[in-house]
Design a protein around this ligand. Structure first.
Ligand code: ADP
Length: 831
């Protein structure tokens, strides 16, 4: 806008371009004022000595110009306070203005006129003498003092320094502006010149014009200049940064292009581009829901914008792989043919009526109300090897669903279920999402094994995450932290398994329908072995083709069940059968002769000596040893209880890893025994003179629960009365201090265990009678179940009668040597 620098040479030589040399300043009247036409400037302040073109189009301005040109070529140029006033009135104008000389003018065809003007001096408008047809005013020229002190020179130098930097940074200022500036001797002029180059507001410019004292003006301008410099430097820095970024990406583009060319030369094609297109194709083919699709495209966009070696590239690619691999809509169609399902279930499993029935009912309901029924969440509870997992597999087969299995044993971290956020290094989706990815369909049969072994610690509670998975009300928007998108689990058929229910959090248990898998009886096992395990193992070892006549006799199977395995399920039995098959297969392969029928006597040749003797085989009735039965993870088991009395002071010592409740049971049993001393014919003082050691063997295995109460009491009473205990009477039941026998849990397993260990009688609390319906009839056939309500009844069944004559001699020895000796109890003379 300012033409001054282009004409710098001329300006420096005199007062401006040559054409201005002839123009005189307006003449003063008697009052020392000048009277000139006025032109109002919009957004411009014109300083003395500077040359600039003015463009005028309004009638008033043109009239002013004409009037000036007619007389002395002088005008007063004044800034308008507000740019919006189209026809400015005197009050819209500032009072301090510049008198200017008008040089050459140029009329344009559109009616505008440009006039080259030069500022001459500051003037103060005193009065307007005319408003129409153009503005005229009388004004007083302002003279500024012009002495330069050393201080002013220093200020001028400082301003010049700043200005030099400004010119360097401001691309719109020519370098000649600085050269022009260093030749200026007057501080006021320097201030005006610099002010004219600054991008400051109209008010700031006008303020500079109104400052009469040149030093003060220069000082003010130096402040404005410093601010301007700050702004320019910031702009420059930003510009540099942008430039660097642009340079960087250009460099990368260049390198990429080079790589592409090299790959083209080598005939390899553009790997990145190919991969990118491949990902894009996969996203489109994956039929993602809207939200997931949007996310995938966003990530793809990020990937495209990244250099191929950036660390994030791998992370995004892995994420997109998951997104596209994960099934979102693909599902298998359920086979709801009940007859087919029943056939499949029967052909793979013997027994298990409850579980099979529940599945068939579910299929029936689904047939009648296809979309209304959500899949039930089943929980199979039972000892290992009772067919929980394999039944799950059969159900999947019957329904025509994918079968997926995840073990939760030892899972302590919530993230294992629900994944880690992607911001973690090495983050992975949780097991649920990982498994569904493998399944490839959204409706697999999903088996969550060992839900009773779920742990929890500071890393969160995986059970809480599972609650969400297993809740039909919320699992259609399950969120895995890694996936970070809602995922629909509602079509998944969940089955969980547990060995026992106690450790399963109640909230979780609540969500599930529990189906119990009791252990098998010997007859069941025989049947399972004959119909399923043997044919399966024969096939697995190729014997169905090469030794189709091979048989295992019933006797051999029974010995296998009794002496080579000890379990509620059939897993080890299957393993032993596999052992036999392997040995035979070797002989067949070696072309050796082999027995077609394997009998019981031949077993140790194949399987080595028997591993288990019958628990009670060889045991004789003794004092102080009772046969309890307990409920363990493996089903039921025998739990002998031993009591020994030693001389002492009536202390009770409990060993065998007994839990708190069991220890309390022992205390209660002892208190009951003491309270019944009279009735049981025990000398009361015996309790104070003897230390009691109560031990439950297999000491390393923790034992817990109140159900051993009856066995503990019988062992104690036997020890104190010297009455022997019938070893082949197994017992279970909680006792009260009054000797009442309360019901217990796990009756079915305990009865089966009792039968397995070969006892003839089982003592059960009367209140457990109802549980006997669950016990297979066959198991009850050769077992005498005695239902009791009080300890007195137990004593009658379990204890031998009172010994006639106490062997007094033995007692003396025992007391002297204080040797642990349960027989010593028998010496306590009954009173
Ligand atoms: P779990 O999951 O209860 O520990 P599995 O399902 O792994 O038990 O069963 C162990 C083995 O026993 C499998 O080979 C299974 O086929 C077999 N099995 C268990 N119960 C039965 C049954 N009722 N009928 C046929 N085979 C069975």
């Amino acid at each position: 806008m300012y033409g001054a620098y282009d004409d710098a040479g001329e300006i420096m030589g005199g007062m401006g371009p040559l054409e201005f040399n002839d123009i005189q300043d307006a003449t003063l009247d008697d009052d020392g004022l000048i009277e000139c036409p006025v032109v109002a400037l919009v957004d411009v302040v014109l300083y003395p000595r500077l040359v600039m073109p003015l463009f005028m189009s309004s009638k008033k301005a043109l009239a002013s110009l004409d009037a000036a040109l007619e007389r002395e070529n002088s005008l007063i140029c004044v800034a308008q306070r507000h740019s919006e006033s189209a026809i400015p009135r005197p009050e819209d104008l500032y009072t301090v203005a510049s008198e200017v000389a008008v040089g050459r003018t140029l009329r344009m065809p559109d009616g505008t006129t440009s006039a080259l003007v030069q500022g001459r001096r500051r003037v103060e408008i005193v009065e307007f003498t005319q408003v129409n047809p153009y503005l005229r005013a009388r004004a007083r020229p302002i003279y500024e003092p012009s002495s330069i002190s050393a201080e002013t020179q220093a200020l001028m130098n400082a301003v010049l320094e700043l200005f030099e930097r400004c010119v360097q940074l401001n691309r719109s200022l020519p370098e000649s502006a600085y050269i022009f500036a260093i030749n200026i001797q007057e501080p006021g002029w320097l201030a005006d010149l610099v002010a004219a180059t600054l991008s400051v507001s109209l008010e700031d410019r006008q303020e500079v014009l109104e400052m009469i004292d040149p030093v003060q003006r220069l000082h003010h301008v130096s402040i404005l200049l410093a601010k301007e410099l700050d702004r320019l430097e910031l702009e420059d820095e930003i510009h540099d940064r942008v430039q660097q970024a642009v340079d960087g990406s250009q460099r990368e583009m260049f390198l990429r292009e080079q790589m592409r060319v090299i790959q083209g030369e080598l005939g390899e094609g553009d790997v990145f581009q190919e991969e990118f297109s491949e990902l894009h194709r996969r996203i489109e083919e994956a039929k993602l829901p809207e939200e997931a699709h949007a996310r995938a495209m966003k990530e793809l966009g990020r990937l495209a914008a990244m250099p191929p070696m950036a660390p994030e590239v791998g992370i995004i690619r892995t994420y997109l792989d998951l997104l596209t691999d994960l099934p979102w809509t693909k599902e298998t169609e359920d086979n709801l043919d009940i007859t087919h399902a029943a056939e499949v279930l029967e052909s793979n499993h013997f027994g298990l009526p409850k579980a099979k029935e529940r599945i068939l009912e579910h299929i029936a309901v689904r047939r009648l109300a296809p979309d209304r029924m959500k899949s039930p969440i089943l929980c199979f509870v039972g000892p290992p090897g009772t067919g929980k997992t394999s039944l799950g597999q059969s159900i999947a087969q019957a329904l025509n669903r994918e079968f997926m299995r995840v073990s939760l044993g030892g899972v302590r971290d919530e993230a294992e279920i629900r994944g880690h956020r992607r911001t973690y290094i090495g983050a992975l989706p949780g097991r649920i999402i990982q498994t569904l990815r493998r399944a490839g369909t959204i409706n697999p049969l999903f088996m969550l094994d060992e839900i009773d072994k779920l742990g929890h610690d500071f890393r969160g509670d995986p059970a809480a995450a599972l609650l969400e998975v297993l809740d039909p009300e919320q699992n259609f928007t399950f969120t895995d932290h890694y996936l970070d998108l809602p995922y629909d689990l509602s079509k998944v058929f969940f089955i969980t398994t547990a060995n026992y229910l106690d450790p399963v959090p109640p909230a979780l248990e609540d969500r599930m329908e529990v189906i119990e898998f009791p252990g098998y009886t010997e007859e069941d096992k025989l049947e399972i072995a004959r119909r399923f395990l043997i044919p399966r193992q024969m096939e697995a070892h190729g014997l169905d083709e090469h030794a189709p006549d091979l048989r295992l006799t019933e006797g051999a199977l029974k010995v296998m069940i009794r002496s080579y395995t000890y379990e509620a399920g059939v897993r080890n039995l299957e393993r032993e059968i596999a052992n036999v098959c392997r040995k035979i297969a070797r002989r067949v392969a070696e072309g050796k002769r082999f027995a077609k029928s394997i009998s019981a006597t031949m077993l140790d040749r194949y399987l080595g000596p028997p591993r288990y003797t019958e628990p009670l085989a060889g045991e004789v009735d003794e004092v102080g040893v009772a046969t309890g039965v307990a409920w363990t993870q493996a089903g039921g088991d025998v739990m002998p209880v031993e009591v020994t009395l030693m001389s002492g002071k009536g202390n009770l010592m409990l060993t065998g890893h007994l839990g708190d409740i069991m220890q309390e049971s022992a205390q209660a049993a002892l208190s009951y025994t003491r309270s019944q001393a009279r009735k049981l014919k025990i000398t009361v003082s015996a309790f104070d003179k003897k230390d009691i050691h109560l031990h439950v063997p297999e000491g390393a295995i923790p034992k817990e629960g109140p159900s051993a109460g009856v066995a503990l009491a019988i062992a104690l009473i036997s020890a104190f009365t010297g009455r022997k205990v019938h070893r082949d009477v197994a017992m279970t039941g909680e006792i009260t201090l009054r000797g009442r026998v309360l019901p217990v849990g796990g009756v079915k397993e305990k009865v089966l265990a009792a039968r397995r260990i070969g006892v003839s009688k089982v003592v059960l609390p009367k209140k457990n009678e109802k549980d006997l319906v669950d016990v297979p009839k066959r198991a009850l056939k050769d077992l005498d179940v005695v239902l009791v309500e009080s300890m007195e009844e137990v004593i009658k069944v379990a204890l031998h009668p009172v010994p006639r004559k106490p062997p007094a001699k033995k007692s003396a020895t025992a007391t002297k040597t204080s040797k642990p000796d349960s027989a010593s109890a028998a010496t306590t003379p009954p009173t």
